[in-house]
Design a protein around this ligand. Structure first.
Ligand code: C2E
Ligand code: CA
Ligand code: CA
Length: 575
């Protein structure tokens, strides 16, 4: 009796334990995102667990119910699904597939495992797991997209383009043909970004990218977005209808019409195109891209909106610039520059009005490199900040010495690069240097160029006004070569206009230059600007300009740029 009671208790306890563990398994199973089907092989009965019902909304109790389940999958995937659900017919113990829902919107992974039965069931257990992998698939396709396409424009990205171009090159060796690589760089894109904002900038790139996409021809023309405003096109066997000329004509035709933004705004652009050809310009995809890049850079220097082919002299020039750039870094580090000063004279009296300070640099071999060569390089690589600071500080130091020693005041004109001017702390740093050197601000004149004025009007004017209020005067250099008209200049607080040397060069021989020069001088006078003619080289030019009412004359005729000792001689004679 006792024995029976004991066995009953044991049974109850085991039962409770079983109920509990079954409960736990059920909770775990039901809360799973996966759906399960269980079948004991040999029996036709099937049990569903987990999210199976939620996933498919069909009841599967017997193998014949698979028919109804299969309908829930895409018709192209049904065969694979059936093979996965019933692997025993194919002698497999483990089977899996990825498949789509009937409408193709959802992705599933199905895994079927067949294991050895435990004591509970006879034969083998078959467990089929259904997983929703839509998100995983989307992530994968995003990654795949990112690996080949550019996110802004939707055309190929640089990496994929390079690999396709490499394939082109391999094919061209067999076909014995050429490949033309065009690098297209949108002119003044930075201005569009700065003035219109990057949203418009991006939309413009998208529209241009979309146009390029339409130019692609399988196995013949591929296009990519390299970065920012630069695109590349590779044309395999660029002949006949696929010639570079044809492509460029199409491009020009497209750019002759404006791009219309979603805001309705119309934007017109031009582009500079550099062409490098395989095998002449380089033997690899990267070589070709680098060469085309150098050509584009050259196009920009030559005035933009044009197409240029790669030639050896362009590369030589480029390498020379790289050499200069390296030497310039070292020179800037050691402040290895000198300032020269060119006198400016009042036209009517020939009295000294002032000096323009001009930088001079001898490289390590003693060769003089002109500022027109190294200043643009310094502007490009950022050295201009350092060099500009040296120029201002050194000129002021020298001027202070002259002014004290000879007890004299004249104008010290200092050239300011647009990039220097654009710095937020430009005005503060100029004032600090003038204070440090103890120079009277009204003796200082800053020469700026028109390119500064076309920037944000408010901030340009605020800076000019602060400088003017401090006592410094402003002179507009190279007037007549840029964009601004005289009436436009009226808006800015400017004191002096320097008529560009190119006018002076031809003023005596060319009637239309004469008309322009005279009207500049007349209007400037009417508007209250002082005028300086620069690059006056001979007596005839000098007399003409004095007669035409120019206020100040600067040029080799009256004095070349001189080292400070020579200016000392000049000043001591004036005493
Ligand atoms: P710029 O400001 O227009 O300077 C006038 C240039 O014309 C100087 O060339 C000067 O030597 C030259 N020049 C003056 N009179 C005559 C003449 O009668 N005939 C001829 N053929 N040339 C004359 P430079 O010194 O070679 O400077 C070239 C340019 O480099 C300057 O043009 C200026 O834009 C830039 N630059 C020179 N020094 C500096 C500087 O210290 N800072 C900055 N930011 N730029 C500078
Ligand atoms: Ca100047
Ligand atoms: Ca000038």
């Amino acid at each position: 009796m006792e024995q029976n009671n004991y066995q009953l208790d044991l049974l109850k306890a085991k039962n409770a334990q079983l109920t509990k563990s079954e409960h736990i398994y059920r909770i775990v199973c039901e809360s799973s995102d996966y759906g399960y089907l269980y079948q004991c092989l040999g029996s036709d009965e099937i049990l569903a667990f987990g999210s199976f019902d939620k996933m498919f909304g069909v009841e599967v109790h017997r193998t014949r119910d698979f028919e109804e389940l299969l309908e829930k999958f895409h018709d192209e995937d049904r065969k694979a699904v059936l093979e996965t659900l019933t692997p025993e017919e194919y002698g497999r113990e483990f089977s899996t597939c990825e498949c789509r829902s009937e409408n193709g919107h959802i992705w599933y992974r199905i895994i079927t495992r067949i294991g050895k039965s435990d004591d509970v069931f006879e034969g083998k257990d078959k467990i089929i797991t259904f997983m929703n992998i839509t998100k995983e698939k989307a992530r994968h396709s995003d990654l795949l997209y990112m690996a080949y396409y550019d996110m802004t424009t939707g055309i190929y990205n640089r990496n994929y383009f390079v690999s396709l171009l490499t394939e082109f090159i391999a094919r061209a060796d067999i076909d014995k043909c050429r490949i033309s690589l065009l690098m297209i760089d949108i002119d003044d894109f930075k201005k569009i970004n700065d003035v219109q904002g990057i949203i418009i900038g991006d939309e413009l790139l998208q529209q241009f990218g979309f146009w390029l996409k339409g130019k692609m021809v399988k196995d013949r023309i591929i296009c990519c977005h390299i970065n920012n405003d630069i695109f590349c096109v590779a044309i395999y066997d660029a002949t006949g209808a696929y010639s570079v000329e044809n492509f460029y004509n199409d491009l020009k035709k497209r750019l002759s019409e404006s791009f219309i933004m979603s805001s309705g705004q119309e934007i017109s652009i031009t582009a500079s195109v550099g062409v490098a050809e395989y095998p002449d310009a380089g033997g690899s995809a990267l070589d070709l891209i680098n060469c085309a890049d150098i050509v584009v850079y050259n196009c920009k220097k030559m005035g933009k909106n044009l197409l240029q082919y790669f030639e050896a002299p362009i590369l030589d020039d480029f390498l020379k610039n790289v050499d200069i750039e390296n030497k310039l870094k070292e020179a800037a580090f050691n402040n290895n520059f000198m300032m020269y000063y060119q006198p400016q004279y009042v036209a009517k009296t020939r009295r000294l009005r002032g000096v323009e300070s001009l930088i001079r640099w001898k490289d390590d071999t003693g060769k003089m490199i002109p500022p027109s060569v190294f200043i643009p390089i310094a502007e490009k690589n950022g050295l201009i900040d350092h060099i500009g600071h040296f120029v201002v500080d050194e000129s002021l130091r020298q001027y202070k010495k002259w002014s004290e020693f000879y007890n004299i005041h004249f104008k010290l004109s200092i050239n300011i690069s647009a990039l220097q001017y654009k710095k937020d702390d430009f005005v503060d740093s100029i004032m600090a240097l003038i204070d440090k050197n103890g120079v009277d601000p009204s003796d200082v004149e800053l020469e700026i160029t028109e390119s500064i004025l076309i920037d944000d009007f408010e901030s340009v004017t605020a800076k000019l006004t602060r400088l003017r209020n401090y006592g410094v005067s402003i002179s507009l250099d190279d007037f007549g070569t840029g964009y601004s008209s005289l009436s436009y200049l009226k808006k800015f607080p400017i004191d002096t206009l320097k008529v560009d040397k190119s006018f002076i060069d031809t003023v005596l021989d060319d009637a239309s230059t004469r008309i322009i020069t005279e009207s500049i001088l007349n209007m400037s006078r009417a508007m209250g600007f002082e005028t300086i003619a620069e690059g006056v080289e001979n007596e005839r030019q000098f007399s003409y300009l004095v007669g035409a009412g120019c206020d100040v004359i600067q040029g080799f005729y009256l004095g070349k740029p001189l080292p400070s000792e020579k200016i000392d001689e000049l000043l001591s004679h004036m005493k």
